[in-house]
Each structure stands twice: as C-alpha cells, then as structure tokens.
Design a protein around this ligand. Structure first.
Ligand SMILES: Cc1cc2nc3c(=O)[nH]c(=O)nc-3n(C[C@H](O)[C@H](O)[C@H](O)COP(=O)(O)OP(=O)(O)OC[C@H]3O[C@@H](n4cnc5c(N)ncnc54)[C@H](O)[C@@H]3O)c2cc1C
Length: 389
C-alpha cells in the first residue's frame, strides 16, 4: 500500500524535512510538499531585503531547486487540518489526504491584544513583508527633511527587531536619508533572556549606528500617529514595525491537536497528540524538559533532520528517536557588523572568548547562512549569495 506523507511549509523546518524524507523514504511512499510560496526563504536573513530589495534573489530559492522531481509540490495556502478525516484543507485548491503530515508552517506575529498595534504596524515574516518595510521606509524618508526626519519605530528588540534596526541604519547611511530610528523594548534590556555580555555588545553597536534605544516601558496602545507607553511620553512615528513576539498560525485554529496559542505541543520526538501528525520549527512547542526548544532557525534546522527520520520510522513501525536541542551559540547582525556569543567550535574556528565582534563574527554570520543554503541547494548557490548575507 502506498503511504501519503505531506509536509506543510517551506521554511527551515519544512525544507530540511523534505531533504531528509527524500533520502529516507522508500518507493512505497508518496511525498507531497505544500506551501503558500514556491520558494524557500532564508527568513533569518530577510532583514537584508529591507536595506536593498535586490538581495531577494540571494535569500530565496525555488522549491524546484530544493526538492527532487518525484516530490509533488502544491502552492496553496493551508487553511485547516482535519485530523479525523486526515485531510489538509487548502484555499482555492482541493483538499489533500495524508497518512502522516508534518506541520512546519512557522509562526505569525503576536500583538498581545495591544489596542491599535495590529492595525497600524508592519510585520516581518515573509519576503513581501520585508519589501513592504523597505518601501515604507523609503517613502517616509523621501517626504522628510534633515530638520524633520522620518521617524521609524521598531517595537520588540529580539533577533528580528535588532537586525531590522541595523539594516534601516545602513539604508539611512547609504542613501543619506533623513531618518531617525527608535528601537523599543518592554523589558529591561534589549535581546531579553540572553547573556548581559551580548546584550551590551549589541547595544553598543546599535548606539554606534545611531539607533535610539527605549527599554523598560511597555507599549500600551498604537494610534495612527504615535505609540503610547505605560509610563513614558508617547513616540510619534511615520513607520511602525512590530516584531515583539510570535504565536501559532491561524490555519491551526480549529485543528484538534494539543496546542498553546496555535503552536502545537509535541513530545521530544515531534509527535503531537495525534500520532499521525508531527510538528516542528516555530509551529511547534517541542518538549525538552524544563524549557521547550527556542523558536529559532538554528533549532528548526537541527530538528528537521530528526523529524524527517522519525516519520520514516513511524511508517516502518520502528521506535522514534528523541531529539535534544544543541545550542551552538548566537550570532546577530547590526547592519554589516555582527556580534557572536557562546559559539561552539565549528568550521574549524575556536575562539578563547565568549562574546566577540569584528571580522570573525561577521564572517561566522555569513558562514552560517551559506552552509544552510549549500545544504538545501548547492555550493554554487551559497557562493552566489555570500556577499548579500
Ligand atoms: C528578521 C528575522 C531575523 C531572524 N534572525 C534569526 C537568527 O539570526 N538566528 C536564528 O536562529 N533565527 C532567527 N530568526 C528566527 C527564524 O527565522 C525562525 O525561527 C525560523 O524561520 C523558523 O523556521 P520554520 O521553518 O519553523 O518557519 P518559517 O521559516 O517561518 O517557514 C514557514 C513556512 O510556512 C509557510 N506558510 C506559513 N503559513 C502558511 C499557510 N497558511 N499555508 C501554506 N504555507 C504557509 C511559509 O511561507 C514558510 O514557507 C529570525 C527571524 C526573523 C523574522
């Protein structure tokens, strides 16, 4: 009997799983890949597109260049998952039946019910989002003057917010654009939850780049002209970008699976409350004991490999493997600069300090993305993308 395996999403988790499944599954399995776009986006470098839209071709890779011709690809938006009937529901396309499905749809931006925030802000979760932010920043700067610069406010100082601020600063400098950049964080320090050393190093780079940092005061409301804080004075904006948190996809709203805010909870083997449904990447909250795996490209990339193997094992009735997240360290860009922290020896590079910047960190940042691109496409593609990373 032919088994139908369906993978939802073409991010790190979905793309990595497709590569693994293609190498693991036998001839008796039909593999179907579904995503709303027909390319894989290297989302963790998507902020580069805000500075320069030409970078898009270096961070997107057609699914045809990733998957083998025997994998069926369907470009469609997933609108639901019926686990009783075992079907994936699609917008403007026929439902797709499955024997096993992997949910790798990533996340969407969380607004935490803050009045006006969703309505007035731009978000960064896709190529189109990055292009829209670029256009908004460009337009605002064209209407501004040196005496009255465009106010660009970024809410949320995690990986996306910090790297977005860095790219907008590069745009400002390259175009001599009248722009003032504000990075707003509700918690006490930027890059919350991370080591004070990398927090300080990132703060230094952002301040050197002329980014105004506001911390320790949550946004309580956004109107069409300003954001309001719990304590401080309101901040007027021309462009508001919100990167303050993630939640699960609406498509999973009605799926009968255990979840937290539509992020599907899984065992450490990626199996959900339905044994035919696996979940991975930002879509999932993967049990790792005290704390779940973080919603990062690094975690999704590692996990994809194991979930692909586990689906093959489930089909063959073999025991599933347990995954343990291995934190290999953090590298964050601020424009062309970067900071690395707690990086495990890799690529033959081993440094005697915990936190470092300069050329080693900048090169490492490029190498991480290039290695991913090489793994899912080819060395040649990685080489072509190098200068944009
Ligand atoms: C600007 C930015 C910078 C970042 N920097 C870093 C970093 O430096 N290091 C790091 O480790 N992480 C970083 N991250 C986080 C990282 O990108 C995510 O954790 C990672 O992308 C999660 O991978 P994923 O495969 O689960 O989801 P995604 O990469 O988001 O992929 C989801 C896929 O599902 C598709 N999809 C979504 N909804 C639907 C639907 N309804 N129907 C069909 N298809 C759908 C999407 O098109 C996409 O193909 C960054 C994120 C951003 C936005």
């Amino acid at each position: 009997m032919t088994e139908n395996v369906v993978v939802l999403g073409a991010g790190y988790a979905g793309t990595g799983a497709i590569k693994k499944l293609e190498s693991e599954l036998g001839d008796n399995v039909r593999l179907t890949w579904i995503a709303d776009v027909d390319y894989h986006l290297v989302l963790h470098e998507s902020h580069r597109v805000i500075r320069d839209p030409d970078v898009r071709s270096d961070v997107t890779f057609p699914v045809d260049d990733v998957a083998s011709p025997s994998t069926r690809f369907i470009q469609a938006e997933v609108t639901g998952l019926d686990v009783d009937e075992r079907v994936v529901e699609l917008e403007d396309a026929e439902n797709v039946e499955y024997d096993y499905v992997l949910v790798a749809l990533g996340s969407q931006t969380a607004f935490y019910g803050i009045p006006g925030l969703e309505e007035h802000s731009l978000t960064l979760k896709s190529l189109d989002d990055a292009l829209e932010i670029h256009e908004a920043v460009k337009e605002a700067s064209q209407e501004a003057t040196r005496g009255d610069p465009a106010q660009i406010v970024i809410g949320g100082a995690g990986l996306s917010g910090i790297q977005t601020a860095g790219e907008i600063a590069e745009f400002r400098d390259e175009h001599r654009a009248p722009i003032e950049i504000h990075l707003v964080e509700a918690l006490e320090e930027i890059f919350p939850g991370n080591d004070p050393e990398i927090q300080q190093a990132l703060r230094d780079l952002l301040e050197d780049a002329g980014v105004h940092i506001h911390t320790d005061d949550p946004i309580t409301e956004a109107t069409d002209e300003q954001i309001e804080f719990d304590e401080g004075d309101p901040l007027e904006y021309d462009v508001l970008v919100w990167t303050g948190g993630i939640t699960g996809q609406d498509a999973l709203d009605e799926a009968d699976l255990e979840n937290e805010h539509n992020r599907v909870t899984t065992e450490a083997n990626f199996q959900t409350s339905d044994e035919r449904v696996f979940a991975v990447g930002d879509s999932a909250i993967v049990d790792q004991g005290d704390q779940p795996a973080p919603p990062t490209a690094q975690a999704a990339w590692q996990a994809a490999e194991v979930v692909g193997e586990n689906i093959a094992r489930a089909i063959e009735n073999r025991p599933l493997k347990t995954w343990e997240y291995d934190d290999k360290g953090t590298v964050v860009s601020v424009g062309d600069k970067a900071v690395a922290h707690d990086v495990k020896p890799a690529f033959g590079i081993s440094l005697p300090v915990d936190t470092f910047g300069g050329l080693p960190a900048e090169t490492l940042k490029k190498m991480i993305a290039a290695r991913w691109i090489k793994d899912v496409t080819s060395v040649n593609e990685a080489r072509k993308s190098w200068s944009s990373l």
